[in-house]
Design a protein around this ligand. Structure first.
Ligand code: GLY
Length: 580
């Protein structure tokens, strides 16, 4: 394994300043090199680190580590704090996936706290009289809400793998909601960009907007007493504090008032599930990622398997040849997603086949090195842009060797934009991740099959992909991203940048990304790919679209020789690496 450049720099500094160190007595270590050629450098620490989309929540997580908590304690604290400080995606009434590496037993587990469809939801829920998808109802109605999973997931993680009392872990989030936070530029911008839609729901308007219908001013103190009340119910009663009792009663009352489907029984029956992650290998490293009901891990492994057969390093990072091979692998994987992926508790999903090396070898043969295969010529193998509507990711590592990679969401930014009176919380619109009309593109332009039709109790297919890479049996990289369909390809490229191109994690996060999801047949590229590269890609037959916005937003930690190297993706405002 090559010594990453930044770590070499750190070791160099340690050697120079170590007591008594000099050229004769210094131990023989690989030559310390400061690579001034790296344009981006990570934050480096030894004890603990929380990398997330918002500073206050990351610092709260770090505070829990400093109090002696482990990475799970910190991840749970950060998750509850983001519900306060990052309302566009942090949440109590959403869902997600938490990948945990436990130092004890050197094992990994996946906590699935994806929302479920209410029991009464049927396949034609969002179809109008003409049999077409009613987009307004699918995205912005009470019926768009799945039974929330976040609280169950965080409480389960805490109970099974945390070490501090839940009350202690939740105390900072409660204080943040109660005492208030100073509105940052990012928060002001995030609320203002959704102000028109938030104003349509009286409760959301009351929570997020001034009487003039605008976000609270930058620097103003923003308090959320009702959210503090809800958080306190959870801190005091755990799972029951949300799924039964007064919080549940308020949620059900809002459903009844708004023609929603979630009942008291739906809430009482919700359970977060612990699942076995999906596993693969790439160039000698082990890839551990998110299983169904997310499609993320399956397709990341599938694409890595296909790409392993090409000399990507020789092609050069973000060369036309490299991007072409990425795009072709992406098309094949997303075509398979459109047919096979769904909640595996309801539908048979051929996971083992899709992540198998044999299958990848066959699929690889379909890639023409010189020509883009039109999406119309790609069918799902025999055995799927809009920018992120939203979701968020954070990564935590502690001094004990535990690592947590967590992605959770309300689906769109601010979910359905409907708030539950007396709770301070927004409802998700995750039901939009089902195939409302199988074969028709969903909100992310993704085409999905009947396997992802709406059924009571089922979990909608997700793309959330908290992922870890292990080298020599030890966690080496933990990452994830928001972005709906963009998540999978953002994580894929972060892993490739770090492994194939030996980039430090900050550079791996910052480099320009591309995305193809089979349909629509477009190769979407971020700004920063050279015009002549784009011309070469067009000459190969790619329908290239320079994205007006960025593709995903990773939050990553790399673990090297006892050091934690963290990078928050600079594509969006407000990200933070909290470390000590
Ligand atoms: N709601 C976005 C996803 O789960 O992929």
């Amino acid at each position: 394994m090559k010594l990453p450049r930044l770590l070499s720099a750190v070791l160099a500094v340690c050697l120079i300043f170590a007591p008594g160190a000099n050229a004769r007595t210094a131990p023989a270590v690989e030559a310390p090199i400061i690579d001034f050629g790296s344009r981006f450098l990570p934050v480096v620490a030894r004890q603990g680190m929380v990398v997330g989309p918002e500073r206050l929540a990351a610092e709260i997580g770090l505070g829990i580590l400093e109090q002696g908590g482990n990475a799970v304690d910190a991840a749970v604290a950060t998750g509850f704090a983001l519900a306060v400080s990052y309302p566009r995606a942090g949440n109590l009434a959403g869902g997600g996936f938490m990948l945990v590496h436990l130092a004890e037993g050197n094992r990994q587990t996946l906590i699935d706290y994806r929302e479920t469809a209410p029991a009464s939801a049927g396949r034609d829920l969002f179809l109008n009289e003409a049999g077409e998808v009613d987009r307004e109802r699918t995205y912005f109605s009470h019926q768009a809400a799945g039974v929330p999973g976040t609280v169950a997931g965080l409480v389960l993680a805490q109970a099974r793998y945390g070490t501090l009392p839940l009350k202690q872990v939740m105390a900072p989030a409660i204080a943040l909601a109660e005492d208030g936070l100073q509105v940052s530029f990012a928060l002001n911008l995030e609320i203002n960009s959704r102000a028109e839609r938030l104003a349509l729901n009286p409760e959301a308007r009351k929570l997020f907007l001034t009487p003039e219908g605008e976000a609270p001013e930058v620097g103003a103190t923003w308090r959320q007493p009702e959210l503090a009340w809800t958080l306190r119910q959870i801190a005091e009663q755990g799972h029951k504090g949300f799924y039964q009792g007064e919080v549940a009663a308020r949620l059900v009352a809002e459903m009844e008032a708004g023609n929603g489907l979630i009942t008291a029984a739906d809430l009482a029956g919700y359970q977060a599930l612990e699942r076995e992650p999906v596993r693969g290998s790439f160039q000698g490293a082990e890839i551990v990622s998110t299983p169904p009901p997310s499609s993320g891990g399956v397709h990341i492994i599938q694409m890595l398997n296909m790409l392993e057969g090409f000399d990507l390093a020789a092609m050069g990072h973000n060369s036309a040849a490299y991007i072409h091979h990425l795009a072709e692998a992406m098309k094949l994987a997303y075509a398979d997603r459109s047919k096979y992926l769904a909640d595996s508790d309801f539908e048979p999903v051929p996971v083992a086949k899709l992540i198998g090396k044999d299958y990848a070898a066959r699929q690889r043969n379909l890639i023409d090195p010189a020509r883009a295969t039109p999406a119309t010529e790609i069918a799902p193998g025999r055995v799927l842009v809009d920018e992120s509507h939203d979701t968020t990711h954070y990564t935590v590592a502690d001094r004990f060797g535990n690592v947590v990679s967590n992605t959770y969401t309300l689906n769109f930014s601010f979910g359905s934009h409907i708030a539950v009176p007396g709770t301070g919380m927004l409802l998700n619109n995750e039901m939009a991740d089902f195939a409302a009309n199988p074969g028709q593109p969903n909100a992310y332009g993704l085409v999905e099959s009947d396997a992802n039709r709406i059924e009571g109790g089922k979990r909608p297919l997700s793309s959330m992909s908290p992922t870890m890479v292990f080298r020599d049996g030890k966690p080496w990289l933990a990452t994830g991203s928001p972005g709906g369909s963009l998540i999978i390809t953002a994580v894929l490229q972060t892993v490739l940048n770090a492994t194939v191109f030996d980039m430090n994690i900050a550079t791996a996060a910052a480099e320009a990304r591309v995305h193809h999801q089979w349909q629509p047949d477009k190769l979407v590229v971020e700004q920063g790919i050279s015009p002549d590269t784009l011309q070469l890609l067009q000459a190969m037959g790619h329908n290239v679209d320079v994205a007006p916005r960025t593709l995903g937003r990773t939050q990553s930690i790399m673990l090297e020789r006892g050091y934690l190297l963290g990078a928050t993706d600079t594509r969006r405002l407000g990200g933070h690496v909290a470390a000590y």
